[in-house]
Design a protein around this ligand. Structure first.
Ligand code: AG3
Length: 280
C-alpha cells in the first residue's frame, strides 16, 4: 500500500509526499510532533501537521536565515535564536569563528529530543560548548533578559497557535531593546504567494516597523514550504542591507545555498511582492 502525506497550504492547494515509513509520533505539552521517512526529501519533521523541515532542502531555509544577516556584520560575537529546536539554525551560526555565544530559547524540549534522535546532521550543534539551551517561551525570555545580542533569529512555526506571539509588535519591540546598536534581527515570514497569508504578512511587517528603523524583506525558494517561495525579514536600527556593503571578512566553507553575490541580491523583490510590502 502506498502512503502519502499532504500538508494543506490552504483550502485548495497542498504539498504531497510519498512516505516510506512513519517513524515517530508524539503529543507534547504544546503540539504534535511527527517524523516521516519520505521517498524523495529524506526524513521530514512535522509539527501540528505542518512541515518544519526535510533533510533534503533544510539547508536553503537555514542558510538564508543566518548567513544573510551574518555577512552584514563585521565581527558577530553573540546570537539569540528564538525557536529553532531542531538545531539547524544554530548549526549555521556556529560556523562563524567569531561567534562565542549562542542562546537558543525553545518552548518545547520535545522538539530538541526528537531532533537529537532523528536529525543528527542538525542536532550535532547541541554539542557545541558555545551554545546554551533555555527551555522557555521566547517572548517571555526577550522581555526579561538583561543580555544584549548582535543577532536575533526568530526561527518559528507559522503565526498560529503557540508561535503567534512571535510575530507581535510587542515582541519585536522587546527584541529591538535587547539588540546591540548595530544588531540585526531576521525572521521567517511565510509565503508571499499565498493569497490567504497576504494580510498576515502585511501585519507582520507593520509590526516589525514599530520596533525597528529599517525593515527589509528577502526571498528564497524552499520546495517543501507552501508555494515553494518563502520570505524572510531583515530588521535593524542601524544596518540597511540595500545601502550597505557586506562586512564580514569570514565566510564558512561548504555552504550549499548562500554565496555573497546571492546575499547582496536576495533583497531585490518581484513586483507583486513589492506591492504587498508597500501597502503596509
Ligand atoms: N520553521 C517553520 C517554517 C514555517 C513552515 N511553514 C509551513 N510549512 N506551513 C522551520 C523550523 C526549521 N528550523
Amino acid at each position: 500500500m502506498e502512503l502519502w502525506f499532504t500538508e494543506k497550504s490552504n483550502d485548495s492547494v497542498g504539498l504531497t509526499l510519498l512516505i516510506k515509513e512513519h517513524l515517530y509520533h508524539k503529543e507534547s505539552k504544546y503540539q504534535t510532533i511527527d517524523v516521516l521517512e519520505s521517498a524523495y526529501y529524506g526524513k521530514v519533521l512535522v509539527i501540528d501537521k505542518v512541515v518544519m523541515l526535510t533533510e533534503r532542502d533544510e539547508f536553503i531555509y537555514h542558510e538564508l536565515l543566518t548567513h544573510v544577516p551574518l555577512q552584514y556584520m563585521e565581527n558577530p560575537l553573540s546570537a539569540l535564536i528564538i525557536g529553532g529546536g531542531d538545531g539547524g539554525t544554530a548549526r549555521e551560526v556556529l560556523k562563524y569563528r567569531s561567534v562565542n555565544r549562542v542562546v537558543l530559547v525553545e518552548i518545547d524540549e520535545e522538539v530538541i529530543e526528537t531532533s537529537k534522535k532523528f536529525f543528527p546532521t542538525l542536532s550535532f550543534s547541541f554539542d557545541d560548548k558555545r551554545l546554551e539551551v533555555v527551555i522557555e517561551d521566547g517572548a517571555k525570555f526577550v522581555k526579561e533578559t538583561d543580555e544584549k545580542f548582535d543577532l536575533i533569529i526568530v526561527d518559528s512555526t507559522d503565526p498560529v497557535g503557540p508561535g503567534e506571539v512571535l510575530f507581535s509588535s510587542e515582541f519585536y519591540k522587546d527584541c529591538s531593546s535587547i539588540l546591540k546598536d548595530s544588531g540585526v534581527l531576521t525572521a521567517q515570514t511565510e509565503s508571499p504567494f499565498d493569497l490567504v497569508y497576504r494580510p498576515v504578512i502585511q501585519n507582520i511587517y507593520k509590526n516589525l516597523k514599530t520596533g525597528f528603523k529599517t525593515v527589509r524583506m528577502y526571498l528564497g525558494s524552499v520546495p517543501t514550504y507552501p508555494f515553494g517561495l518563502w520570505s524572510f525579514a531583515f530588521a535593524s536600527n542601524r544596518v540597511d542591507p540595500l545601502k550597505e556593503e557586506l562586512k564580514n571578512p569570514f565566510i564558512p566553507d561548504g555552504l550549499k545555498y548562500y554565496n555573497r553575490e546571492l546575499g547582496r541580491c536576495v533583497f531585490n523583490l518581484p513586483n507583486f511582492v513589492k506591492e504587498i510590502i508597500d501597502e503596509t
